[in-house]
Design a protein around this ligand. Sequence first.
Ligand code: R5P
Length: 287
Amino acid sequence: FMLFSGMSNPDLTDRIASYLGVTAGKVRISRFKSGEIYIHYEESIRNADVYIVQSLSHPVNEHLMELLFMVDAARRASARSINAVIPYFGYARQEKKDAPREPISAKVVADLLQTVGVNRVITLDLHAPAIQGFFNIPVDHLTALDYFTEYLKAKNLPNPVVVSPDAGRAKTAEKLATYLDTPFAIMMKKRPAHNEASITHIVGEVEGHTPIVIEDIIDTGGTIISVIEGLLEKGADDAFVCTTHPVFSGNAVDKLNHPGIREVVITDSIQVDLDRLPQKFHVLSVA
Ligand code: R5P
């Protein structure tokens, strides 16, 4: 097999390569002056099982097009199989129509990947696991829950409670609560507008507990901050926040520097510069 990296997460590719004891293959990815993308594999990939690591993180459309062209080039160069390793699957939050006349963008991404010739997708903590069904090829849907479990168990937190920030994350929260042998609570959220969230009420006991909030994505940080404020209002301690995908748009990192958050535990599904994050951020590798 041969491993290649798109531009979105070369650090993770390097970690995967060193874990496997291999070196990532050479591929040139550049831009023409017009902004168009140029791809060239600089070594033979004939008959190879090619693994391309590319998160669909910001700028998502650039990273998606890069991936599509990398797949096309690999297919035309007679790779035996093409495996798209997409730790963060962008557009996953648009997996259904919430209103008339909207696209199902996650399905479009799935169609594009299959059209150019991807044979298998390996991804992590999809916003909606049903996205697997948008593909007619194998999808390995991995989870970072084991890493969060291991990390949190070692903390021996007093009186922990796993908290789901909304109904959509309840199953994940229940799983984590089972792994950690703790109770769990669910926050009920409404979205008055895009990128805005407000908590209406909490189901479960949080007073005097240390909350462990489990999220798939932190984007603007709006959801997490309203969750944290809701928890503090109900008498909970400061919280541990675990999220697989640190999208961190705008001033999300500043928002997460909230006194009601003791630690933010993230993964390297999206490349972040740890040196630019406050000390309470911890990165667990999913390599
Ligand atoms: C939504 O249902 C997701 O699970 C996240 O809660 C959401 O996308 C986070 O976005 P933000 O940080 O912008 O509130």
